[in-house]
Design a protein around this ligand. Structure first.
Ligand code: NOJ
Length: 947
């Protein structure tokens, strides 16, 4: 039996049992109308829209102030305000032009910058607008393009910059920025005059200026919590227009479609803006712009043949409204709509990056150059993970481990949720149920398996608990609004404090806790799950920390909230890298629930507490695709659904879908029935086993895709608009996708009772059914059979992918297994592909210890070449892999002239030998398939097979 460790845990658990079917409690989270600054900015937008041309924006760029020096433009924007407030407010503007065509626009407020404001009450908070988000987020891409050229005219300045044909036109009055590529406008800032920088002003005794809603300027109460707002109103907002772009994507995390919806009402649209305010939203609902656990303020706009992006670098609560211009009924039907967005943040400086594209690959590398690319994960972590809240004892874990073997189901990782600890004290083990964690980890290690244990940021408030004692004595916890006392709130352990990972001293201390010599009973096979790091505070406003809490450097929590989760999992990652000592570093696996731009460098994410119903299954792919667009592709959803008990059909379908999540983990709530796959009767057990085996067999593709993501930022699973950027008909598709560069097009079933799915074929190449090689050809929707034991999966002609066909118990046991190459011929009878392999666990790949091969089929021969950039650095690693070979080649879609082929010739350096080929005629719509048996072609060398 699970032993609840505190009264509160019990209450929370009871509530969740009683309430399994209910949806999110809307009343616990703000709508825009309940968030003071969102309401004010929306009201301003409404006023400006209603007034039309009669509206005067108070922002003007002073012509004489505009200067361009070495690629950085500076100037002063004046905001006209009431005489009693001084008549005008100085807002320093800076635009930096960066090497790759990226432009960065920042706007600050001079008075706050100089600290010339008075804080209310006895607050210790900083006076400036927060601009340190970049310290946490940006890792590069900031080289200035010094050759930018400025031309100034009376009411306009124009800067040409970058190696492409980029320009920005600065309209001085009212202030407006138009970004052009090849002479065409692609992004306009403040076109609709919604720009708003709430300047500092002292609180007057006489409130209620005419026309201004001051009710939430000086304090704001919600759900019984009052935010003291020592700096008064300070929000910032800007409208950003994408002319001619009908589609926008990104700004995760929302349980919504991949293509973002309009948010100002109307049929099929949302009423509220998309919200970005990392929160533990209990029982979240699908199809909603409500905030969730993480946020990445990056947006991509797409029109046929062109891509552009913006990155709004602000870590405070942010809302984004989206509307699209209406088509003029009299205009030609080819007229394109434009997307108008409105970004509103509660505090901080305005800091926005304009990323020029012009296609997805460029855009993702521009964004990745700034925020970093996804870490190449340890290979085991892209295999299957088995989790539940909770495996209740080491015997339970050992038993599950044995049963997976008994039923021949591969898995790589088993997880421990919060109950493994002694009374929710992290870095401890429950002395009764986990008395010998080492023997448990050793059993797992016999099959190269790993353990992941949860470590959360709330530290039990118990004097004798060394972690708590040290953290508080050293002053490393987040402070309450006094700036002096550790903030105290409630979470799993009951009364808790939170580590302040903004503090370098706290990070150094935290890192140390993971030292293998310090962390009791941890072995090198232990990896970490960081949960509840929004942070989740059960009794806090909107289940998180008060905004007037104080972090290191005296920054208010308000300014840094969305960064909080990332600072924590970064610290964990650093500790995990260092834990084995210098020279012994291994790639750690860290899973985080909360994230921000940059989190991809150190952690994977999952979509939190979903529900065991069909709507949550179908919601998962749009969410995971959205993560990929926003640079954090190592993403997954709880397979099976967290809350509730899935039907057998749902369970089977969820595994088939999960096998295509970059992060593939089954997880379940403590009150759900046990659901390890082997517990299911046939045919469900076999269906799930086959889905997991399919994942294992395709691991080479997944790992190669992760490698590309790790240096170019390409998503792991790629939606239609990324692959076919000219085909608008598919821009809204978010239930089918390509896996890496493999040409595999998947559309797992996410609807109850489905017998088939309609897959959208985007071009004229042949698409072959993965399982029976049926050929589908011709652009448009095609019906693909999808009985319960089948996951709809097509192979696009023109691609070659590697796969491993031997079933093993874990990915670690497959390291030296041979490969099958699947060659899918296109209309011209040719195909190409890649394979990336390294040791999957150390950082030696960064020193060149990897194999990177290209495969080309040119109708006559299959040629394997080297893509390694510095081949000599690979030699030692190649030696360890020299016995790994291609044991089979399948050529799908060969012509009838192949039917008599019996042999082929393999050439490797000076040597050559003959191999057997057998060709099967495809009947009833199936492709011909040629099979080359055991060509004995090593993956570490160049060779060719001639037919
Ligand atoms: C919330 C997480 O989202 C969930 O996955 C986990 O099981 C519980 N916390 C308990 O740790």
């Amino acid at each position: 039996m699970r032993r609840p460790s505190s009264g509160l845990t019990l209450v929370v658990l009871l509530l969740s049992v009683l309430d399994l079917t209910s949806a999110v409690k809307h009343g616990d989270f703000k709508t825009c109308a309940q968030s003071g600054f969102c309401r004010r900015n929306r009201a301003l937008a409404e006023e400006a829209t209603a007034a039309g041309p009669a509206w005067t924006s108070p922002y003007e760029l002073e012509t004489e102030s505009v200067k361009l020096d070495q690629g950085v433009l500076t100037g002063t924007i004046w905001k006209t305000v009431a005489e009693k407030d001084g008549g005008r407010v100085e807002l320093p503007l800076q635009i930096s032009f960066l090497d790759d065509g990226v432009a960065r626009v920042t706007i600050d407020e001079a008075k706050r910058q100089k600290g010339e404001i008075k804080l209310r009450g006895d607050s210790k908070a900083r006076k400036e607008r927060y601009k340190e988000a970049e310290k946490w987020v940006l890792v590069g891409g900031k080289n200035i393009f010094a050759n930018a050229k400025l031309e100034s005219r009376d009411q306009e300045s124009r800067v040409s910059y970058g190696f492409g044909d980029f320009q920005v036109v600065l309209q001085h009055k009212p202030f407006k920025l138009t970004f052009l590529r090849n002479g065409e406008p692609h992004i306009v800032l403040n076109e609709r005059n919604f720009m708003n920088i709430e300047h500092w002003r002292p609180k007057r005794e006489q409130e209620g200026e005419e026309g201004e809603d001051e009710s939430t300027w000086w304090d704001e109460t919600f759900g019984g919590n009052t935010d003291s707002k020592p700096r008064g109103p300070e929000s910032l907002a800007m409208d950003i227009t994408f002319p001619g772009y009908e589609f926008v994507y990104g700004i995760p995390e929302h349980a919504s479609s991949l293509a973002l919806k309009e948010t100002r009402g109307g049929e099929g649209n949302y009423e509220d803006p998309y919200r970005l305010y990392n929160s533990d939203v209990f029982e979240y609902e699908v199809n909603s712009p409500m905030t969730l656990y993480g946020s990445i303020p990056f947006m991509q706009a797409q029109k046929a043949g062109s891509t552009i992006g913006v990155f709004w670098l602000n870590a405070a609560e942010t809302w984004v409204d989206i509307v699209k211009s209406q088509k003029n009924p009299k205009a030609l039907s080819t007229e394109k709509r434009s997307t108008h967005t409105h970004w509103m943040s509660e505090s901080g400086v305005l800091d926005v990056f304009i990323l020029p594209g012009p296609n997805s690959a460029h855009l993702y590398s521009q964004y990745g150059a700034l925020t970093g690319y996804t870490a190449l994960p340890p290979e085991f972590s892209i295999a299957y993970h088995q989790c539940r809240w909770n495996y209740i004892s080491q015997d339970d874990v050992k038993d599950v481990d044995r049963k997976f073997d008994k039923f021949d189901i591969p898995y790589d990782v088993i997880w421990l949720d919060i109950e493994y600890t002694d009374n929710k004290k992290y870095f401890t083990w429950d002395p009764l149920t986990f008395s010998d964690p080492i023997s448990m980890q050793n059993q797992l290690a016999e099959r190269e398996r790993k353990l992941v244990a949860i470590i959360d940021p709330h530290i039990r408030n118990e004097g004798s608990y060394p972690v708590s004692k040290e953290m508080n004595e050293k002053g490393l916890a987040t402070k309450d609004k006094s700036g002096e006392k550790s903030y105290e709130g409630w979470c799993w352990p009951g009364s808790s404090h939170w580590i302040d990972a903004f503090n370098p001293a706290a990070v150094a201390w935290w890192k140390n806790l993971f030292d293998i010599k310090k962390f009791p009973s941890a072995t090198k096979n232990l990896h970490i799950w960081n949960d509840m790091n929004e942070p989740s505070v059960f009794n806090g406003p909107e289940t998180t920390m008060p905004k007037d809490n104080i972090h290191h450097g005296n920054w208010e929590h308000r300014d840094v909230h969305n960064l909080n989760g990332m600072t924590f999992h970064n610290a964990t990652y650093e500790g995990m890298v260092a834990r084995l000592g210098k020279g012994n570093e291994k790639r750690p696996f860290v899973l985080t629930r909360s994230f921000f731009a940059g989190s991809q460098r150190t952690a994977a994410m999952w979509t939190g507490d979903n529900q065991a119903d069909w709507s949550h299954l179908s919601q998962a792919f749009p969410m995971i695709l959205s993560q990929g667009i926003a640079g954090m592709p190592f993403a997954g959803a709880d397979v099976g659904g967290f809350f509730g008990n899935p039907s057998k059909e749902l369970f089977a379908r969820w595994y088939q879908a999960g096998a295509f999540y970059p992060f593939f983990r089954g997880h379940a709530h403590i009150d759900s029935k046990r659901r390890e796959p082997y517990l299911y009767e046939e045919p469900y057990r076999s269906i799930v086993r086959d889905a997991i085996r399919l994942r294992y067999s395709l691991l080479p593709i997944w790992y190669s895709a992760f490698q590309r993501a790790s240096f170019e930022g390409m998503p792991i699973i790629r939606p239609h608009f990324v692959m076919f950027p000219d085909d608008e008909a598919g821009f809204a598709i978010d239930d089918q996708f390509f896996v890496g560069d493999s040409g595999l097009l998947a559309k797992p079933v996410v609807k109850e009772g489905a017998e088939s799915v309609d897959i959208y074929i985007p071009d004229d190449e042949p698409y072959y059914n993965y399982f029976d090689q049926t050929v589908y050809k011709g652009k448009g929707y095609k019906k693909i059979p999808a009985p319960l034991d089948t996951v709809p999966l097509l192979m696009r002609g023109g691609h070659i992918f590697p796969r491993k066909d031997r079933h093993r118990r874990s990915s670690g046991l497959m390291k030296h297994d041979p490969y099958t190459l699947v060659v899918n011929l296109n209309n011209n009878g040719v195909a190409g592909g890649v394979l990336y392999v390294d040791d999957g666990e150390t950082f030696d790949n960064q020193k060149g210890a990897y194999v990177h091969r290209s495969f080309m089929f040119n109708r006559k021969a299959l040629i394997c070449g080297n893509l390694h950039l510095e081949p000599s650095k690979a030699e030692a690693y190649e030696k360890t892999m020299e016995d790994v070979r291609v044991e089979k080649v399948l050529l799908v879609g060969v012509g009838d002239e192949w039917l008599d082929k019996k042999t082929a010739k393999v050439t490797l350096g000076e040597k050559n030998w003959e191999v057997e080929v057998s060709v099967t005629k495809g009947r009833r719509g199936k492709a011909n398939v040629a099979v080359v048996r055991d060509p004995k072609a090593p993956i570490t060398q160049d060779w060719q097979i001639e037919f």
